[in-house]
Design a protein. Structure first.
Ligand code: DND
Ligand code: ATP
Ligand code: GLN
Length: 552
């Protein structure tokens, strides 16, 4: 009887809907596993289709293409290691989130996901049927049990597998990034190892898909919960490890332990990967954005330079009579320090023309926010024209604080196809800029050193839509605003709790009101990468028409 089992893990980045491309990725990894003498290659949840498919998975033609690709993959990889791969499959006239084990030219086993997540960004109860708990399957010298992702967040599936003879737990995942998620995942997996006494492999996807970024960071635990292997966050990785039979059961041989970054770095990398993959997977090579000299567009430009290289980032300064000299200087210095191209297009001429055209309609009315929004809309129109002409995708730059209170002009600065900082509160925007200035990593395509001029970080934020305007004229200071927003949005706190914490009641009530009346704006806002557990999209779904207010 063999006392060694060699397993190759493919922590890889599929493209949703690119079935042929994902099959080629799987086959390439299988060849590497074969060359490494592995008994089996494991790939993450829903690797063949990409994840998350949403309702696309319901299309019979999509299901048929996947099935044909799976059968072909089995035939192509007949002679060599087994391959475990995530794929949605129709079986017994129901659709399941499955993991198929291929070997000897055929599908040797299919495992159906039992626990279907239906919280935060997941809607799997709507999409799939729940499978009965499958038994273990034979892989070379041992029997493997496979709970699929959410299945391993509960005790029953792993326990049933252990009771029915599994000697190893192999968990394929499609687990998107949210801040400090590693610790949560690790805690669940350690619990499964403790309950069953079995080694466990946690294998996650990497890469961006719409608003979600899968961050990898796969790992292997031995009984007792000791880490035997840690793969890096966000990078693709193919790793081979050995398990040996001992009198107490199978044990993983210790392998490399990658360093996992802190929260600021995790967020920054997630924004870079989210943008890189949204562009690459949608067929865009370049971006354009309005560079105001302020901190939000500065951070977005830097993220874009790190994602696709500064030579692919087209910045445009669009000054008006309210644009300060320091904004012009700061925009120019940022573009210079990153190496991005900067153009200038004044909006005074178009503004004068529009003001004159509207004058008969507005006769007798005082100037107000209408005139401010006109400037933002002119910029949005000009930037979309450049996007149309050059094929560069327009980035929009509103941070989570502004989006939460509707402090942005619809069809103006909200124009754009993707917003890298959508889930980052303004206070954290400052910290992130400081972090990027102090840190450089080999995955950054932008320059090393102080990328963002200090003055951009230190000056008071202003929309510069009227004389001497500052954000804190109309909003509470950002540290106060963000604390209230975190309370109301991320922690669902009653108004009374925030008042008890020392916040002024009128301010809290005003912020609450602004959040509710701007719900409609967020329905029309560009997507951006989810960083926390209450991103303003699938994590938090509120009605647009809503008269309820918290009178606590
Ligand atoms: N419930 C609803 N459903 C559908 N549409 C609704 C609506 N409520 C208003 N509307 C429509 O929306 C319009 C109002 O929205 P909108 O035109 O955006 O304008 P509004 O929200 O009134 O003003 C924009 C605010 O954002 C600030 N701003 C603008 C630009 C940049 C920045 C920055 O610092 O980044 C800040 C600006 O100072 C101002 O306070 C209404 O005229 C109406 O047409
Ligand atoms: N003068 C300008 N030239 C180019 N783009 C501009 C200009 N003013 C505003 N924008 C665009 O509109 C967005 C919103 O800008 P605004 O200054 O109103 O608010 P902000 O949230 O403080 O952003 P920032 O910190 O980038 O200035 C900017 O990020 C930028 O993309
Ligand atoms: N794909 C899944 O089942 C993911 C759900 C799981 N709780 C996670 O986010 O890790």
């Amino acid at each position: 009887m063999t006392d060694r089992f060699r397993l190759t893990l493919g922590q890889l980045n599929p493209v949703l809907g690119d079935i042929a491309g994902n099959a080629a990725r799987a086959r390439n990894a299988w060849e590497q596993a074969r060359d490494a003498g592995a008994d089996m290659l494991a790939l993450p949840e829903m690797f063949l289709s990409g994840y998350q498919t949403q309702d696309l998975v319901w299309r019979p033609a999509f299901q048929a293409d996947l099935r044909a690709a799976l059968d072909k993959l089995a035939q192509d990889c007949a002679d060599g290691p087994l391959m475990g791969i995530g794929v949605p499959l129709v079986q017994d006239r129901a659709l399941y989130n499955c993991w198929a084990v291929l070997g000897g030219g055929a599908i040797r086993a299919t495992i159906r996901k039992h626990h279907l997540p239906n919280t935060s960004v997941f809607d799997e109860k709507r999409l799939f049927a729940s499978g009965d708990i499958s038994g273990p399957y034979v892989a070379g010298p041992l029997r493997i049990g496979t709970p699929i992702c959410e299945d391993a967040w509960f005790d029953d599936v792993a326990e049933a597998l252990a009771e029915s003879g599994a000697e190893l737990l192999l968990v394929p995942n499609g687990s998107p990034y949210a801040r400090d998620r590693y610790d949560t995942r690790l805690a669940h997996m350690v619990a499964r190892v403790t309950e069953t006494g079995l080694p466990l492999i946690y294998l996650n996807l990497v890469g961006g898909q719409d608003d979600q970024v899968f961050d990898g960071a796969s790992f292997v635990l031995n009984p007792g919960g000791k880490l035997a292997l840690q793969l890096p966050a966000h990078d693709e990785a193919i790793a081979t490890l050995d398990f040996t039979r001992t009198p107490d059961g199978w044990r993983a041989e210790p392998g490399p332990l990658a360093h996992l970054p802190d929260a600021l770095e995790q967020d920054y990398r997630t924004m870079v990967v989210g943008l890189r993959d949204y562009l690459g997977k949608s067929g865009f090579a370049k971006v354009v954005l309005g560079l105001s000299g302020g901190i939000d567009s500065a951070l977005v430009t830097t993220i874009a330079a790190d994602a696709i290289g500064a030579q692919n980032v087209h910045c445009i300064m669009l000054p008006s009579e309210y644009t300060s000299g320091h904004s012009l200087e700061d925009a120019a210095e940022l573009a210079r320090s990153l190496g991005a191209h900067l153009d200038e297009v004044g909006i005074e001429g178009p503004r004068a023309a529009l003001t004159a055209a509207l004058a008969p309609l507005f006769a007798g009315r005082d100037p107000d926010v209408t005139e401010e929004n006109l400037q933002s809309r002119l910029r949005g129109t000009i930037l979309m024209a450049v996007s149309n002409k050059t094929g560069a995708l327009l980035l929009t730059t509103g941070n989570k604080s502004e989006l939460a209170v509707g402090y942005a002009t619809i069809y103006g600065d909200m124009n754009g196809g993707y917003n890298p900082i959508k889930d980052m509160y303004k206070s954290r925007v400052f910290d992130t800029c400081r972090w990027r200035n102090a840190n450089f990593r080999d995955w950054m395509k932008g320059p090393e050193g102080q990328a963002i001029p200090a003055r951009i970080i230190d000056k008071p934020p202003s929309a510069e839509l009227r004389e001497d305007q500052r954000d804190d004229d109309s909003l509470p200071p950002y540290d106060v605003l963000d604390a209230i927003l975190e309370g109301l949005i991320d922690n669902d706190l009653p108004v009374a709790d925030l008042v008890a914490q020392g916040f002024d009641r009128d301010t809290v009530k005003r912020v609450e009101h602004l959040i509710y009346i701007s719900e409609w704006k967020r329905y029309q806002a560009a997507p951006g990468p989810r960083l926390g557990n209450r991103a303003l999209w699938l994590d938090r779904r509120y009605p647009m028409v809503n008269r309820w207010r918290d009178n606590s």
